[in-house]
Design a protein around this ligand. Sequence first.
Ligand code: HEC
Ligand code: HEC
Length: 189
Amino acid sequence: MSLSTKLISRIFLGLLFSSTVLAAPDINAGKESASVCFNCHGAEGNSTNSNFPTLAGQKPAYLANQLRAFRDGQRDNAMMKNIASSLSNKDINNLAAYFASLKNKGAGGDKELAEQGKSKAPMCFGCHGNGAQGLGVAPRLAGQHPAYLQRQLRAFKEGTRKNGPMRGIAGMLSDEDIRAVTEYMGSLK
Ligand code: HEC
Ligand code: HEC
């Protein structure tokens, strides 16, 4: 083996076995630190108040991204900044794995508006997964509170929430579209 191949394989093995790469999330540890979250996000992450998003059944990669974004200041919310500032990356991965393992009970949505919003939804499914179940870093929208989703779409449109590709997409939706498509997403199981 040449020196450079040796060096490369050593770096590779080092990465492979370093704790950050290998650390599998610990759902039980996540569960133990989650009770503080229930105060706002509802028992086992099923929120009954649209001020607070449901976390149950959300994608783990998305949850972890948001917790880091609140902590590091890329997503602005005073309550969540306060909570996330004391979390390590390990805590975040454990909490994300725990909430992802729970079942989303579904917020529901206005029937008439949901019927209207259905026609817009296919343009969301490509990234948010079929039936908006979530896909990787794109969140599950199915069963989320419509009023919460509306606030987020407006925040993307106005540019106060910046991460990811949603600014352009939200910009294509009228206020009426936003109401209808979010009632549809909330009504999905
Ligand atoms: C004091 C109330 C409060 C507590 C306690 C709280 N949160 Fe939140 N959380 C919020 C609010 C409010 C939002 C919505 C922020 C916004 O509108 O951008 C939020 C948003 C989130 C989001 C983003 C969800 C999404 O769909 O984008 C995640 C993830 C999250 N919280 C995780 C947690 C976790 C994990 C805990 C416990 C360690 C926790 N929260 C505790 C109030 C709280
Ligand atoms: C090109 C891919 C893509 C498309 C198409 C797309 N989204 Fe998104 N969306 C994302 C990603 C990625 C995020 C996560 C952004 C972040 O990390 O903050 C997101 C976030 C969101 C959020 C925030 C949810 C939460 O829990 O806070 C809402 C609401 C949303 N999208 C609605 C929609 C709707 C409605 C459509 C269709 C009209 C749509 N998206 C189409 C990629 C997409």
